[in-house]
Design a protein around this ligand. Structure first.
Ligand code: PRP
Ligand code: ZN
Length: 298
């Protein structure tokens, strides 16, 4: 394989798979990939996509088999702990926190159990796929709880009798409810992140990775951003700008035939709600337009 291609590992299937692929396409990558193929090639930029199991992504990046990876913070932190406890050095960095893959790592207790909180879990067992993260948390809280490491079907552990509680990812909470488990203490908020190998010093790779990270940044900003246009009384410009959430300094354009009213254009880095428009109107704004932003490079 051509060495001068940057490899990005993303989840093959699961919660992050579609979001990760879409993000890269929004960054301008045109990817050719046959169905079922585990590698895709960008036709217009020197990037190859590898479709793999999420749990394998940190190791691939650490071992420099891929340059970048998109994976949940849970998987990243667990691996970082694992590497820190061994002699292996941490050989990747977190470059960007993304706006998808949100969930939390929480303890959960069987509805029928007397144990419904961490303090009651003393000298009992908790099943988890994240023994390092959970172990670190329990240690910091000085709680003596035995960790049972399981890689799947955690939800069944209490009813099978192998643990008194579990500590697992919760998103909508559906999985817990379906297994008659109550969500308890959350110990970590999670999103997807971009990780980068410690060995990307090749100038060609550096250049393209920088370009991609900038575009990812742009995509993230654009998702929230709106372009707001209105007519506004000249003497209300300050008050009006204050009303718009996350507004940068506005562009003021004179209007033909009047000195009192101007056109005010502003990029707003948050969503704009009806209440805001109503407040703007109260300050004398009219003809208010809110339009989505297609692309942004700052
Ligand atoms: C997580 C977790 C639960 C489910 C919770 O699995 O292990 O099974 O999501 O989501 P819910 O609260 O919306 O029901 P995930 O899809 O991340 O798979 P993985 O842990 O095997 O990667
Ligand atoms: Zn997984």
């Amino acid at each position: 394989m051509n060495k001068k291609r940057i490899k990005i590992a993303i989840q093959k299937s699961g919660r992050l798979a579609d979001h990760s692929y879409d993000l890269l396409k929004k960054c301008g990558l045109i990817v050719s990939r046959n169905k079922g193929q585990l590698i895709g090639y960008a036709e217009n930029m020197p990037f190859d996509l590898l479709f793999v199991r999420d749990d394998d992504i940190p190791s691939l990046v650490k071992d420099n088999l891929t340059d970048l990876g998109i994976v949940g913070l849970n998987v990243v932190l667990e691996k970082q702990f694992e590497y820190a406890n061994s002699t292996q050095k941490e050989l990747f960095s977190i470059e960007e926190y993304l706006d998808f893959g949100q969930c939390r790592l929480s303890f959960a207790y069987p509805e029928v159990s007397d144990i419904q909180s961490l303090s009651q879990l003393k000298n009992k067992k908790v099943a988890t796929s994240y023994p390092f993260i959970v172990g670190d948390y329990l240690e910091r809280e000085s709680l003596d709880v035995e960790i049972v490491k399981l890689s799947g079907a955690l939800e069944l552990a209490p009813s099978l009798g192998s643990a008194d509680a579990i500590c697992d990812l919760v998103s909508s909470g559906r999985t817990l409810r379906a297994h008659n488990l109550n969500e308890g203490e959350s110990i970590l908020e999670i999103t997807a992140v971009v990780i980068r190998s410690g060995d990307t010093s090749d100038p060609f790779k550096q250049k393209w990775i920088r370009k991609l990270l900038e575009r990812i940044n742009g995509v993230l900003q654009v998702r929230e951003s709106k372009y707001v246009m209105m007519h506004a009384p000249r003497n209300s410009i300050d008050r009006i700008t204050e009303l718009i959430p996350g507004a940068e300094s506005p562009t003021i354009i004179p209007l033909e035939g009047t000195d009192e009213t101007v056109a005010l254009h502003v990029v707003c880095k948050e969503d704009v709600f009806w209440e805001t428009l109503e407040n703007l109107k109260q300050e004398g704004a009219s003809s208010i337009l809110v339009v989505p932003v297609e692309k942004m490079l700052v």
